[in-house]
Every structure is written in structure tokens, then in C-alpha cells.
Design a binder for this molecule. Structure first.
Ligand SMILES: C[S@@+](CC[C@H](N)C(=O)[O-])C[C@H]1O[C@@H](n2cnc3c(N)ncnc32)[C@H](O)[C@@H]1O
Length: 458
């Protein structure tokens, strides 16, 4: 039972943090469930979101500071107290508007509300000690222990920082980590089957939103001020979908022709499937596969809302496709399951869940899916492989293995919908692949590679 002195936003934030820590829940889904059901005021929902996302994002830094002040190591702390401590320290270090005294007393009440009266004093002493010395946190030496320093300062796992330091150098690694700690922009994809981007922007402004055009993709619209989009009439009317620019770029690079047959091998929840249908002017056929039925249900409902009628969903493991589809597709999208390390800013707990060893496991599955699905492509057809990962094992690693094993395919230069600025990007795109990065391109971290099936494969 919740104590009466605990504010509803903090009580709810602790509930979400515990679900993430104890049950492996996803913070964004927990928040959505909670805010749909609860009677929280809009200001409480915004504080709750900030507390949950902020605490998870900054967990590495928070843990470092807690360890310096605690008499008990974090690993031996009661898990509820650990979450209360992180939540409290996040407010002390990152939220100027909350007075330290209020943070300490609310944290004590949170402990009591969870029946842990005996440790309320410990929480109080810990937070007071941190509050007194918060201006004097001593970080590791940035020159001598660069990886450790960046990992603590920017709250990322050290193994990931070490990899990025080798690939990008110090400045870019710091920039990538920093952008991962910022809220991601909200981007909409205009449903061009129902309206134009200009018409949609006018409508959205009429509904009270501040919007501007994307510089990367014609159908992309950036929402400047957050708002609960599913409540808008324009959303219910299917005038747009919510989708990052990087994800729109994938379908746009594949750019299937009207009337063609497209296989979308890993389609749930349907962001790219419905975009492909838009690009085809809802003419032709898209076979949308997914191994999870609940993900296919999301594809179906997205199609209904957006007025897409050319999609047939099929519950199917893409690694076990029937021969019937062999050499039938004009275009194929293989948007594989991956580590998700490119969307850290949208899924704050992810950085603490993914381990380095996971990458090679993902890569093996990705190569298997890509290899099997590629058999469905007609000679002359185009295939796009994509991930929302920043890591080479899942990206160029899979692409290179595929090209070695499947000699009937050759890399196809990417037809980008926007002008590439960096010379290394231009070179890569010519060679048929591109790594988008949040600190360089402003998008999610996203990889795309394009292949054409050549005559020789016959
Ligand atoms: C990155 S998500 C796809 C996102 C989707 N293309 C979109 O834009 O909305 C990967 C999807 O692959 C599905 N998946 C995982 N393993 C699969 C397999 N062996 N065969 C088919 N789908 C699979 C997952 O259920 C998940 O929905």
C-alpha cells in the first residue's frame, strides 16, 4: 500500500522502476499501461516520465555516486531500496526544481510505503550525504581512464564505450553517449494515401501541435512539443503514423514499384510495411511475415487505421519459408530483430540489458533470416537489409558474410532521399550500405544495406 505522503508521480515511478529491475519489463510499455489506467494529472504524468527515463538513463552515474556514499555495496542492497536510492539521487543531481529536503523525505516515505521501515533511516542518511557533496563528485581521470570516465560520466556500459572509442575516437564517443541521454524527437510519417504533408501539418497545427518538415524525408514531420498523439482526431483518422526518420529512410531506399510483389520478412508492428504500401500507392501485394502473432495483429490494425488494403499478414518464421515463394518477390525488406543499440535514447533500460556476447548471437540469427528470405527474390529484384543497431557484427558483418555465401547477389548503391554530408557516408552509400547515427544524422542509430539479385544467380 502506498503511504499518503508519497506523491503519486514518485510512487508510480518506483513501481515502473521495480518492474524494469525485477521483472525485466520495458519502461515505455509499463509507462503506457500505467498512464492509460491511472487517474494521474498531466503534470504528474510528465514528472513520472521524466523520473523513470532519467533514472534509467543515468543509472550508471547514479550507481557510481551511490557506491561512493553507501556503507552497503549496491549489489548487496535490497532491490527496492536500490531503486529508491537511484530515484532519489537522480532528483538530487539532475532536477534543480525539486528541493533536496523534499527528495529525502519523499524517499523515506517511499521506503515506508513498501513496508521497509527498518531501512528508511539508511535511505535518509545516504541521500543527505550525497546532497551535501553533490557539487564535488570525483570522476575517474578522463585522460588516463577515458573509457571508464566516459562510461560513468555519460552512464553507458564500459564495454560499449570501449568499442565506440576504437571506432569513433573520444570526441565522437562522448557526443554519441550524450545524445543517447537526450529524449528522442517525435517524428510522424504523413500517410500520403490520405493527405499531403502540407495538409497534415495544417491539420496538426489546428489540433494544437507545433510541427515542422523533416529535412531527411519528404513525408516526415517533426513534432516540436510533446503531446499524446493517439488522442488526436488526425491520428484516429489514419492521417499519419509515428515513425523515426531512419525507419522511413529504409522503405524509401527500397522504394518498391506500384503493382509489385513485396515480401516484408520481419514486419511487426508494421511501421515499414505500411510505409511500403504508401510508396506503392496501395497497389500490388505485400506479404508481411512475423514469427509473433501479437506483432502481426499490430500490422493488421495499422493497415486498417491507415487505409492500407494490399497487405496480407502471415504467421511465419522467416527462416522456414516454403518453396512456393522462391524467386517470386520483386522487392524484399529484411528488417531483422537486433540488439536495438541504435535506439538507446528511446529505450533507456536497453543499455544495461544487452551484453557484448549477444551481438554474435544476433548476427547468426540475422544471417540465417537474410539467407533464407533472399531465396524469394526474383532475378533483378532488390532486397533491403536493416537493423536498429550501431554495432558492426549485426551490420557490415552480416552483409559481408551474406555476400560471401550468396554469390548471386551484389551490393546496390543506395538511392538516399536526402543529401549525404560526410564523405565516408557517401562512399559507403555507393558501396551499398550506410550506418546512421544519432549524433551525426539526428536519427536513431540505424543500418541499411541494399542488394540486387544478379543474372548469374540463375
Ligand atoms: C525490428 S522488428 C521489425 C520492425 C518492423 N519492420 C517495423 O518497421 O515496424 C523485428 C521483428 O522481427 C520479428 N521476428 C523475430 N524473429 C523472426 C523470424 N525468425 N521470422 C520472422 N520474424 C521474426 C519480431 O517479432 C519483430 O516483430
Amino acid at each position: 500500500m502506498s503511504g499518503h505522503k508519497v506523491s503519486p508521480a514518485r510512487d508510480a515511478a518506483l513501481r515502473v522502476l521495480l518492474a524494469v529491475e525485477k521483472d525485466g519489463a520495458y519502461a515505455n510499455l509499463e509507462l503506457r499501461k500505467l498512464t492509460r489506467r491511472s487517474t494521474l494529472a498531466p503534470s504528474d504524468i510528465s514528472l513520472l516520465t521524466e523520473l523513470v527515463y532519467g533514472t534509467l538513463r543515468r543509472q550508471g552515474t547514479l550507481d557510481y555516486v551511490i557506491e561512493q556514499h553507501s556503507t552497503v555495496p549496491l549489489s548487496q542492497m535490497n532491490y527496492i531500496i536500490r531503486s529508491i536510492a537511484r530515484l532519489g539521487v537522480y532528483q538530487l543531481l539532475y532536477l534543480d526544481r525539486v528541493p533536496a529536503r523534499a527528495v529525502c523525505s519523499e524517499s523515506v516515505e517511499l521506503a515506508k510505503s513498501r513496508g521497509i521501515h527498518g531501512l528508511a533511516g539508511f535511505v535518509n542518511a545516504l541521500l543527505r550525504s550525497i546532497s551535501r557533496s553533490k557539487e564535488r563528485i570525483s570522476f575517474p581521470d578522463p585522460e588516463k581512464e577515458t573509457a571508464l570516465y566516459l562510461s560513468i560520466k555519460h552512464s553507458h556500459p564500459q564495454w560499449l564505450v570501449e568499442r565506440w572509442l576504437m571506432r569513433f575516437g573520444k570526441e565522437e564517443t562522448a557526443a554519441l553517449c550524450a545524445v543517447n541521454n537526450q529524449p528522442a524527437p517525435v517524428v510522424l510519417r504523413c500517410n500520403t494515401l490520405k493527405n499531403t504533408p502540407d495538409q497534415l501539418m495544417e491539420k496538426l497545427r489546428g489540433e494544437g501541435l507545433m510541427v515542422r518538415s523533416s529535412a531527411l524525408i519528404p513525408e516526415g514531420i517533426i513534432v516540436e512539443k510533446r503531446s499524446f498523439l493517439p488522442e488526436l482526431k488526425s491520428f484516429r483518422d489514419g492521417l499519419f503514423a509515428v515513425q523515426d526518420e531512419s525507419s522511413m529512410i529504409a522503405s524509401s531506399v527500397l522504394n518498391p514499384l506500384c503493382g509489385s510483389f513485396v515480401v516484408d520478412a520481419c514486419s511487426g508492428p508494421g511501421g515499414k510495411t505500411t510505409h511500403l504500401a504508401q510508396l506503392m500507392n496501395n497497389e500490388g501485394r505485400i506479404l508481411a511475415l512475423d514469427v509473433h502473432e501479437h506483432r502481426l495483429a499490430l500490422v493488421d490494425s495499422a493497415c486498417r487505421r491507415l487505409g492500407v488494403t494490399i497487405v496480407e499478414t502471415r504467421h511465419q518464421d522467416a527462416r522456414e519459408l516454403q518453396d512456393k515463394l522462391e524467386e517470386k518477390a520483386d522487392f524484399i525488406l529484411v528488417d531483422v530483430p537486433c540488439s536495438g543499440l541504435g535506439v538507446i535514447r528511446r529505450r533507456p533500460e536497453l543499455r544495461w540489458r544487452v551484453e557484448c556476447a549477444d551481438l554474435s548471437q544476433h548476427a547468426a540469427q540475422q544471417l540465417e533470416i537474410l539467407g533464407q528470405v533472399s531465396k524469394c527474390l526474383k532475378t533483378g529484384g532488390l532486397l533491403l537489409y536493416s537493423t536498429c543497431s550501431t554495432e558492426p557484427e549485426e551490420n557490415t558483418g552480416v552483409v559481408n558474410s551474406f555476400l560471401m555465401e550468396y554469390t548471386g547477389f551484389k551490393a546496390e548503391e543506395l538511392a538516399m532521399p536526402f543529401h549525404l554530408v560526410h564523405s565516408c557516408d557517401k562512399l559507403d552509400a555507393k558501396k551499398g550500405f550506410l550506418q546512421l547515427l544519432p549524433h551525426r544524422h539526428g536519427t536513431d542509430g540505424f543500418f541499411l544495406a541494399c542488394f540486387r539479385k544478379t543474372e548469374e544467380s540463375r
